[in-house]
Design a protein around this ligand. Structure first.
Ligand SMILES: Cc1cc2nc3c(=O)[nH]c(=O)nc-3n(C[C@H](O)[C@H](O)[C@H](O)COP(=O)(O)OP(=O)(O)OC[C@H]3O[C@@H](n4cnc5c(N)ncnc54)[C@H](O)[C@@H]3O)c2cc1C
Length: 491
């Protein structure tokens, strides 16, 4: 009999771990509480619209290519990918927009048009960012983060300084560029990591390399095509994915997990992988004596933001919007402070609008648009219908004004999603959307550990452990945990 692995959760990390372990010869079952797999990257279809529920930015395409290659497959056999140009548009105010071009020469021209001399600085900045991306990807993100000794190699140790692990990305950007719009453009990708630019190591300018050089891509048919392709690979390797199975308890007699118990069944386990939110697996599914961390430990973590989302079906074509649109027409610092330092519903939030129907006819009926609006919010806020409606009106007013058209009377489908849904649907701690923030104090060995200290055959993966939030990091997390299991418990 092969070693039986039970994986809790069918997000990017869970599916990746499942496929990698099945390839090594384990007997793998994934238990998923929801009716649709994919976790934060689920989809739903209604009235001819297909909405991706979470991720919409496809960055670091090589990580996805590598997932399929690992199993002798090609990404192109599962979905078509196109590069967006412009990558995205930033609205700074009425009639004041910036299209961020995919081509590097056009990008240098754009910088020069805002600040004389900035294109050569951008070139240097991006060369450094390329180095950080290379070293970060080769030396850092694939480390499980058990111990500082993983970083003891002199080459890696030396690179810590060139990588600027100990200074903030904000100070690096501000030392090079003066124009506030260029600063906002360069600080934006860091928001994916769940922290402010002031609190994020300068190493993460690797995200600028990902953004401006590697580019923004889109899988035709929607982001869920990635999940569908990955599941197909996993199932071909023998993985069983069982939906509507909510795990209630991990049974641990004598420091060893032997069973995973759902609402109506028990599954034998030789190895258990928690790919649902770490906090939920540890604090809810394990009995107290098997937890490594305390409620106080969790309460002190800096969670990545939550979000208020609107999935909208529009019964006409919209003008002046690209596929990705950032509304930076309000004060970035005030909104950031209201997420991180003084958590509250924001006074005047920035927001993001994604309109995939601009690129992909399959996600909306003919003549219609598929529109997804997102306001980043502090986690752990009170979430009510009234608040959601207040912010819907607020951003609709701005969307209509800044794009110069009527939108709300053309909304024929509307669904909102915020803290209460993140908690109910994913057991998200404090209603977080993106897991645990990648702050300096929560990087690498300072993250919750992948391997349980108290339960020998229990492992964790996903956006609350190494390397962090986002689809590519969650895929990497699944690959790393599979290697860790293989090192410890043979198939
Ligand atoms: C709104 C939003 C926008 C985003 N935008 C982007 C983006 O543009 N680009 C990008 O790269 N990333 C983006 N992200 C982040 C990215 O989606 C996540 O980092 C990634 O999907 C997390 O994968 P995961 O496997 O760690 O966790 P999840 O996707 O959360 O998977 C965990 C799974 O565990 C299941 N589960 C929970 N409890 C139980 C239980 N008791 N029993 C059984 N199953 C359980 C959940 O239902 C879920 O399916 C976004 C996230 C959100 C929410």
């Amino acid at each position: 009999m092969a070693t039986q692995v039970i994986i809790i959760g069918s997000g990017f990390s869970g599916i990746t771990a499942a496929a990698a372990l099945a390839q090594k010869g384990y007997d793998v079952t994934v238990l998923e509480k929801n009716a649709v797999p994919g976790g934060r990257a689920r989809k739903f279809a209604i009235d001819g619209f297909t909405f991706d529920m979470g991720p919409s930015w496809y960055w670091m395409p090589e990580i996805f290519e590598q997932f399929f290659r690992q199993f002798g497959k090609k990404r192109a056999d599962y979905y078509d990918l196109i590069r967006l140009d412009p990558s995205y548009t930033i609205f700074f105010g009425k009639g004041d927009t910036m299209d961020v071009p995919a081509k590097t020469e056009a990008l240098f021209e754009l910088f020069e048009s805002y600040e004389s001399g900035s294109s050569s600085k951008l070139k240097t900045f991006l060369e450094e960012a390329a180095y950080k991306y290379k070293v970060g990807m080769e030396e850092f993100v694939y480390k499980p983060g058990h111990s500082i000794l993983e970083f003891a190699d002199i080459r890696v140790f030396k690179s810590l300084f060139r990588l600027q692990m100990f200074s903030s990305i904000s100070s690096q950007i501000r030392s090079l560029f003066k124009h506030p719009k260029l600063i906002e453009l360069l600080e934006f990708p860091v928001l994916f990591l769940g922290a402010t630019p002031q609190n994020t190591p300068a190493m993460y300018s690797l995200m600028n390399y990902a953004d401006l050089i590697l580019g923004t891509w889109y899988p035709m048919g929607g982001m869920h095509k990635i999940i569908e392709g990955m599941i197909q690979v996993a199932e071909e390797l023998g993985v069983k994915i069982i939906l509507n199975q909510e795990v209630k308890n991990i049974y641990v007699p004598n420091g060893h997990a032997t069973k995973v118990i759902t609402q109506d069944k028990e599954y034998h386990a030789d190895v258990v992988v928690g790919s649902a939110d770490y906090h939920h697996v540890e604090q809810v599914l394990l009995n107290k004596e098997h937890r490594r961390y305390s409620p106080e430990y969790w309460d002190k973590r800096t969670m990545a933001p939550s979000s208020l989302l609107f999935y909208l079906g529009i019964n006409k074509k919209l003008q002046n919007l690209q596929h990705h649109n950032l509304f930076f027409d309000e004060d970035f610092n005030l909104h950031a402070a209201e997420i991180y330092t003084n958590p509250k519903w924001p006074t005047a939030p920035l927001f993001y609008a994604c309109m995939p129907s601009k690129t992909d006819k399959t996600v909306a009926p003919k003549g219609c648009e598929n529109l997804f609006l997102l306001i980043p919010l502090a986690p752990d806020l009170e979430d009510t219908e009234e608040l959601r409606e207040y912010y819907y009106k607020l951003i609709m007013d701005r969307l209509e004004d800044l794009t110069g058209q009527e939108v709300r009377n053309s909304v024929i489908y509307k669904r909102s999603f915020a803290h209460n849904d993140f908690k109910a649907d994913y057991h998200a701690y404090k209603g977080n959307a993106y897991g645990l923030a990648n702050t300096l104090r929560q990087t690498a060995i300072l993250k919750p550990k992948m391997r349980s200290q108290k339960v020998k055959n229990l492992f964790y993966t996903g956006q609350l452990t190494t390397p962090g939030p986002g689809m590519p990091p969650s895929i990497i997390s699944g690959q790393v945990v599979a290697e860790e299991i293989y090192k410890t418990i043979k198939p």
